[in-house]
Write a protein that binds this ligand. Structure first.
Ligand code: BTN
Length: 264
């Protein structure tokens, strides 16, 4: 990190499960700044955290609403892996978020393909993984995580209020961000280490055990196509397998899932 960047942050927390956490009051997007930092250094395991984001980024070019009270952070990693395999980081971060929320607050958490964490069926967290490559090799990966922590639902547009939630809303009180951040990084690091030891199958298995949309009727929008059927499985490469109404199996690599109901 250049001295210029270092001046702007409010605080550094050294060695949080091996991560160096730079805390800012406000940034455009932690993913954007993390990318700029990663381009300037060879370091990894740096976390860029902002109390608010003015231009938070969601998947597929969407806006991510990031008021004060949320946990908005991005992790810089340099795994020696292919771009395809780097997408596994989204899954292990989702499991880490779900596990952290369950452990700290005993809330019912689940994951939804490809990058959502839900509490009581509503979205509480999203992951945005951005991969930088040179000659088809990964140079760095930014894993961005947003968790709606101490946020009132009124802070979200009314169109979202039926489908999102926050820890404050679920628990009826505020929670400590620092404890949450520390346990999240610890849970993520534990999974990242296992991933590097070749334990992807068991990590995917853990994610699937949290994926209560599997076996349910879903609608999937993928590019210009809308599909409906049963969410059957998520394969080793992270693709979703949907059994269409006519029995055909369809492999989906990019898209959004809406859960309809459990199939009887
Ligand atoms: C999604 O569900 O669409 C992914 C949302 C990811 C949001 C986080 S907040 C921290 C990081 N910085 C960003 O601009 N986006 C990610």
């Amino acid at each position: 990190m250049s001295p210029q960047d270092a001046e702007k942050h409010q605080k550094i927390q050294q060695n949080v499960s091996g991560y160096k956490v730079y805390i800012y009051k406000s940034l455009s997007s932690t993913n954007k700044i993390a990318k700029e930092v990663a381009e300037k250094t060879d370091e990894e395991k740096i976390v860029i955290l902002a109390e608010t984001q003015t231009m938070g980024r969601g998947r597929l070019g969407r806006q991510w609403i990031s008021p004060k009270g949320g946990l908005w952070l991005s992790v810089i990693l340099r795994p020696q892996t292919s771009p395809k395999e780097a997408l596994r980081l989204t899954f292990i971060m989702s499991s880490a978020v779900a596990k952290t929320i369950k452990t700290l607050f005993n809330l019912e958490t689940s994951v939804k393909w490809p990058n959502d964490v839900l509490v009581n069926g509503k979205k509480i967290s999203g992951i945005l993984t951005e991969i930088n490559t040179r000659e088809s090799l990964v140079t760095f990966v930014i894993v961005g995580v947003g968790i709606n922590v101490n946020i009132d639902l009124e802070s979200f547009p009314s169109s979202l209020r039926a489908t999102v939630t926050s820890l404050k809303h679920e628990l009826g009180h505020k929670v400590k961000q620092k404890t949450l951040t520390e346990m999240l990084l610890q849970n993520f690091e534990d999974r990242y280490r296992r991933l590097q030891q070749g334990m992807w199958s068991s990590l995917l298995q853990e994610w699937k055990s949290l994926a209560d949309f599997l076996g349910k009727e879903v609608e999937v929008s993928s590019f210009d196509e809308n599909l409906s059927g049963e969410a059957l499985d998520v394969e080793e490469d992270g693709a979703l397998i949907v059994r269409l109404k006519d029995g055909l199996l369809k492999k989906v690599v990019v898209g959004d899932v809406i859960v309809k109901r459990r199939l009887s």
